[in-house]
Design a protein around this ligand. Structure first.
Ligand SMILES: [Mg+2]
Length: 268
């Protein structure tokens, strides 16, 4: 029987989009643990934030941060050597562009396109806490960025011009549930494909399940065997990008719970 693995976005998917609650997903998470089905977080969050959620949810599996900027594989997780940078008990695989450059290009693009923006680098911890509806200590973790700058556009009439300057600089924009993001040539799909290859190397053929809610999830939902999209204001756009995906019946952790239980019934 093929091994099943799960790649999931966090905000608006496993975690409630507004209050970050996860309790409704606990039955499915428990079932996955018993069935030995690994759950990998694939998110635009930072490493510090993901480590927080891994601790809360008792998750010890590899994870992908900052829209595919890097994947972190716990040392000795796979029964073979993983090529990457050894750091703090992980092997790190990096695809992202360093954060300073992203922040510089965003400022330059805003100036040239007359498109006012507000990025995390010019927001205080308290401003981020307010915009993201999270406590200051979580906002502090969200601000420790390495490969992705979330930002808001303050006058959307110049948004296309802004994106054009960013693309001219060899970088890209993507959309999460709450923010636009400026990133390098990375995306969630590259990181997910690489991790899936490692699972295949370890276990033979696998069945991969992907779950997400926003446009920045579409790339990795296209490279998994079973794609699930969470209901949200973005769902119709994401469904167009991933036509073979199914739509979960409820949003957030409740929908995640039900969708995961039915997608993994009888598998391990
Ligand atoms: Mg999301």
């Amino acid at each position: 029987m093929r091994k099943t693995i799960i790649f999931t976005d966090l905000d608006g998917t496993l975690l409630d989009a507004e209050n970050y609650s996860y309790e409704a997903a606990l039955p499915a998470l428990k079932h996955l643990k018993l069935a030995d089905i690994p759950v990998m977080f694939v998110t635009s969050k930072t490493r510090a934030e993901v480590e927080y959620w891994r601790r809360i949810l008792g998750n010890h599996h590899p994870f992908v941060v900052e829209n595919g900027g890097a994947a972190f594989v716990p040392q000795d997780y796979f029964p073979f050597q993983v090529d990457g940078i050894e750091r703090d008990g992980y092997i790190v695989l990096e695809w992202g562009v360093r954060y300073d450059r992203l922040a510089d290009v965003l400022e330059k693009a805003a100036g040239e396109s007359y498109c006012a923006v507000r990025g995390f680098h010019d927001m205080t911890v308290y401003e981020i806490a307010e915009v993201c509806n999270m406590p200051a200590e979580m906002a502090r973790l969200a601000k420790t960025r390495e490969y992705d700058e979330p930002f808001q556009i303050l006058n959307s009439s110049h948004a296309r011009d802004l994106e054009a300057v960013i693309e001219r600089e060899g970088l890209r924009c993507t959309h999460g549930g709450r923010f636009r993001h400026i990133i390098g040539p990375n995306d969630k799909a590259k990181a997910v494909s690489r991790l899936a290859e490692m699972f295949e190397q370890a276990h033979g053929r696998i069945t991969s399940i992907g779950i997400g809610d926003a446009i920045n999830d579409a790339s990795f939902l296209r490279v998994v065997d079973i794609a699930i999209i969470m209901p949200s204001p973005h769902a119709s756009v994401v469904l167009k990008l991933v036509p073979n995906a199914t739509l979960a019946h409820f949003s957030g952790p409740r929908g995640w719970n039900d969708a995961v239980v039915s997608a993994t019934a009888g598998s391990s």
